[in-house]
Design a protein around this ligand. Structure first.
Ligand code: GLC
Length: 446
């Protein structure tokens, strides 16, 4: 029997998906460079080839737009295996004159990965690291200005794809009011040729994804129009919590690089998101009392989604919220894990639209697990906010939970291999196989 956990096995998957300067998530299903996949690939490479890890990030920032956005896909060639490919998007020619890209972004994990890479070998990679730092800063500025034009501390996403959690029930309510554009060009999906349709988004969702895309394209990807009038404008707990974490990590790097203006700027973004003075401002506005967790909110209607998703569990990763919010979220995770065999389902199994096989509506994704476990482990050692006698119990519980989630991630690979996602009840691997970020997660753990 193959030992899936063998690190050489994982390294070979990275090698198989390696295109020289960048890595594809997996062959055929995703034949281009994806934003957060690439950042996680860099983490994987960093465990055995730091130079290659840096190159991965450098190729990612080649996709950066004039306005600071780092797009979710970089198309370096045309590949008929994927739709919507490079010809569909039509970004303004001035957006990026070097490479062809999509026109949405993705979770900003770059700064956190960069900080991790520079933790050792700082001198060796200082100059290149500093350039990457500047790219990341411009990207964070884009999020805070273009995706939060009224400076509320909460950034919006303009498309479910921007969240990286494409068909999560977190968007269902907002997607209901997205009309299918009657002038949508005829198109042929490619994803369902590679993976069983029962493991992918539904057709009606795809029509809506393309209708939202068409709105952006028809408006020349003007971010003001998109923020004001776009058919989809939602606060994603994932993006908001990942961005807060990334701002903190970028701030640490700003200190290391002696970048004083950047420090001030980043502190202002952090303060805006944390906004501890006002319980309804900043990310506090995403606290859903009905669920007791940070939840998605439709920013057009201010309506919450009542799903505690795996993105809600990133509250620890962002080190956001007071003792009450953290302990309430901890309880939620415990309750959810009682309902399935493996951690951490993307949707609460008790939520009415949970589907254990369908993409982000139930399956486990190991990059999310990695961030959740990391957050729990860090918070268990840094929790200083409370002097309550229960503190050490809570710390232990966080630590154990973090360990369990990390253990389950490895167990899933051991049983099923390097799949894109996993069924939280059976542990079966689903979606694409030989997946880059799943291999990267294997390499990160000892
Ligand atoms: C899917 C995922 C997204 C990921 C991409 C490539 O679209 O939802 O998060 O980046 O595949 O793996």
């Amino acid at each position: 029997m193959t030992d899936n956990l063998n690190k050489t096995f994982a390294q070979n998957i990275l090698a198989k998906n390696d295109k020289g300067k960048y890595t594809v998530p997996t062959l055929r299903l995703y034949p281009y460079q994806w934003n957060w996949d690439s950042a996680f690939a860099a983490l994987g490479f960093s465990t055995f080839d730091k130079e290659r890890a840096l190159v991965e990030l450098e190729s990612l920032v080649e996709g950066q737009w004039e306005n600071g956005m780092i797009p979710h896909i970089i198309f370096r060639q045309n590949d008929p295996d994927y739709f919507p490919g490079p010809t569909v998007w039509q970004p303004p020619p001035s957006a990026n004159r070097k490479v062809s890209t999509s026109c949405y972004s993705q979770p900003p994990v770059l700064a956190t990965v960069l900080k991790e890479l520079l933790q050792t070998d700082f001198e060796r990679f200082c100059e290149r690291g500093h350039i990457l730092f500047k790219h990341a800063l411009r990207w964070h500025r884009w999020w805070h200005h273009e995706r939060d034009p009224h400076h509320t501390g909460v950034v919006g996403i303009a498309h479910p794809w921007e969240s990286g959690r494409d068909n999560s029930p977190d968007w269902d309510e907002a997607m209901e009011s997205v009309a299918i554009d009657p002038n949508l060009d005829k198109y042929q999906r490619r994803d369902t040729e590679h993976v069983a349709p029962s493991q992918r988004p539904q057709q009606v969702e795809y029509d809506k994804y393309l209708s939202i895309l068409k709105f952006g394209r028809d408006n020349n990807w003007n971010s003001h129009i998109i923020a004001d009038k776009g058919p989809f404008w939602v606060a994603d707990p994932g993006i908001n919590l990942i961005l807060l974490r990334a701002n903190r990590d970028l701030l640490d790097l700003a200190v290391k690089f002696g970048e004083q203006d950047a420090q001030k700027e980043l502190l202002s973004y952090i303060a805006l998101a944390e906004n501890y003075e006002n319980s309804n401002q900043g990310l506090n506005a995403l606290w859903n009392p009905k669920v007791n967790g940070i939840c998605a909110k439709n920013l057009r209607t201010d309506k919450f989604c009542n799903n505690f998703s795996n993105a809600s569990a990133l509250i620890f990763y962002a080190n956001f919220g007071d003792y009450e919010k953290k302990t309430a979220s901890l309880k939620q995770i415990h309750d959810i894990l009682r309902k399935c065999n493996f951690a951490m389902p993307s949707t609460d199994p008790a939520y009415f639209s949970y589907e254990p096989q369908r993409y982000w509506r139930g399956p486990i994704w190991l990059v999310m697990n990695y961030m959740i476990a990391k957050g729990l482990s860090e918070c268990s050692s840094n929790m200083t906010e409370s002097t309550k006698s229960t503190k050490s119990d809570v710390q232990n519980s966080m630590k154990e939970l973090g360990n369990r989630i990390a253990r389950d991630s490895l167990e899933l690979i051991k049983r099923s291999g390097y799949y894109e996602y996993f069924n939280p009840e059976t542990g079966t691997g689903i979606g694409g196989n030989d997946f880059t970020w799943t291999a990267a997660i294997r390499l990160i753990y000892n």
